[in-house]
Design a protein around this ligand. Structure first.
Ligand SMILES: *Cc1c(COP(=O)(O)O)cnc(C)c1O
Length: 484
């Protein structure tokens, strides 16, 4: 493909995406295909001869779109949002076009330096403590990871290295292997599955601790678990606190957990994957009180901050601890500016890294802090609007208090009603919601996801839910009569 074709193909692709976005409400949010659908639509071998870009682009609509779940549809209310915006998309395009791999400063200076600057911008926007920011004064700083899962694992590995060094200093005779075998980590039983996975990957038992009535992990629970482990000769090493759990968007009590971690040399990692974005609005910052005790803090601009996947922002108070854990020097990676600016390869698991700061920079500049705050507040207002619908209908109940853009609700009575309602909704494919359990009860999570979502879309979802609930309840009554 030459430059002329690239221009035409690129422009046609942008037109396609603009049309897709503008008309996304015309599509069912969920696809209607069966497993294996795609192999019937495309050949089993790659073409021998090159095809035209027009043929390929046409096939996006013909074969790909039927199998797409439209995550950015305003009718998508499952999981948590995945960020998407025009500046974010163009940022991705630019990253692909420039195509540098910024594992060290010299490998592409703009790549590293823009990441340092945008991560400082973002940290300041959220009111993170100064110690997390990059400056000539201290060892703090931010780095973009691919996902919150990676950030949790990076924190765990750095915590392990720090603890091994500390114990080794106190007990020079102990070998590293036996120290590592004694390390334990803690999180709540509400934390994301990726936290448990980090324990598995990092070979550190991850205790899933019980939470209080508000799904929040409390200090006393942590203390008790640590006491037991210490009595068994184990060494507490790592705690992952969640701000905005995946199930119900609950907040762990950092003010209680923080001092316990600090007093016991335990690394405290804060996973604010979804809810962290809201801290750009001053009115939500009280929810991160106690963040000053943390060693690392992470949230996903790729969830609720309009920056396309992948972009997960991780800050650490002492980047030297990451470098200690991950530094493997090779002569071909050395350069004469080493130490003056971060070599981000030491802050992450892979060597190679994409120029992800570019899309973040585009988003921050093209929305401005005000535009992003508006997006967050708009999502929360829409969730409140949905909540009033639920409260207006006595067949329904709110299960856990609305938190951020998430409303957890169910049909009053037996779980069968909620299950039946959700089954119908999924069959109709007009809106996408998922089930979760709270205590013993089944509930439905409704999340305001798409940036395109408006009051009309919330009303559309409510009408769909209300309509299907009518059918659910009447069919239940019929079967009840039939049984008696
Ligand atoms: C979504 C989510 C994650 C996982 O995020 P990835 O970036 O996909 O790894 C982790 N923790 C919480 C609380 C989440 O909501």
């Amino acid at each position: 493909m030459d430059a002329k074709d690239f221009r035409d193909f690129g422009k046609a692709a942008v037109d396609f995406l603009a049309d897709y976005t503008e008309n996304i409400r015309d599509r069912d949010v969920l696809p209607s295909v069966e497993p294996g659908y795609l192999s019937e639509l495309i050949p089993s071998s790659a073409p021998e001869k090159p095809e035209t870009w027009q043929e390929v682009l046409n096939d996006v609509e013909r074969v790909i779109m039927p199998g797409v779940t439209h995550w950015n549809s305003p009718q998508f209310h499952a999981y948590y949002p995945t960020a998407n915006s025009y500046p974010g998309i163009v940022g991705e395009l630019m990253t692909a076009g420039i195509g540098s791999i910024g594992f060290s400063w010299i490998a592409s200076p703009a790549c590293t330096e823009l990441e340092v600057i945008t991560m400082n911008w973002l940290g300041k926007m959220m009111g993170l403590p100064e110690e997390f920011l990059s400056s000539s004064e201290g060892p703090g700083g931010g780095v973009i990871q691919g996902s919150a899962s990676e950030a949790t694992l990076v924190g765990l590995l750095a915590a392990k290295e720090r603890t091994v060094r500390r114990i080794k200093k106190q007990n020079p005779d102990m070998d590293e292997g036996s120290i590592k075998a004694k390390l334990v980590a803690y999180t709540s039983d509400q934390s994301n599955s990726s936290v448990e996975k980090a324990g598995l990957l990092g070979s550190m038992p991850m205790r899933l601790l019980p939470v209080d009535k508000k799904c929040s992990l409390r200090g006393a629970t942590l203390l008790e678990a640590m006491k037991k482990d210490k009595e068994a000769g184990l060494i507490p090493c790592y705690v992952v606190a969640t701000l905005g759990t995946t199930g119900t968007c609950a907040f762990d009590n950092l003010e209680e957990l923080g001092p316990i971690c600090n007093d016991n040399n335990i690394w405290l990692h804060v996973d604010a994957a979804y809810a962290g974005a809201a801290f750009i609005c001053p009115e939500y910052r009280h929810l991160m009180t106690g963040v000053n005790y943390a060693d690392s803090f992470n949230f996903n601009p790729h969830k609720w901050l309009l920056t396309n996947f992948d972009c997960s922002a991780l800050w650490v108070k002492d980047s030297r601890l990451l470098i200690n854990a991950f530094n493997v020097d090779r002569i071909y990676l050395a350069h004469d500016k080493q130490g003056l600016v971060p070599d981000y390869r030491h802050w992450q698991i892979p060597l190679g890294r994409r120029f992800r700061a570019l899309k973040l920079w585009f988003v921050l500049r093209l929305y401005g802090v005000e535009g992003l705050q508006k997006h967050i507040r708009h999502s929360i207002n829409l969730a409140k609007h949905f909540e009033t619908h639920i409260n207006s209908d006595e067949r329904f109940e709110i299960v856990t208090e609305r938190s951020m853009g998430l409303v957890c609700f169910r049909m009053k009575g037996d779980d069968k009603l909620t299950r039946g309602l959700l089954d119908r909704l999924m069959k109709r494919k007009r809106i996408y919601l998922i089930a979760a359990t709270f205590g013993e009860k089944l509930m439905i999570r409704f999340v305001v996801c798409s940036r395109l979502c408006q009051v009309d879309d919330i009303d559309f979802a409510w009408n769909e839910i209300r309509g299907q609930a009518d059918i659910t309840s009447s069919s239940t009554i019929i079967s009840h009569i039939y049984l008696t």
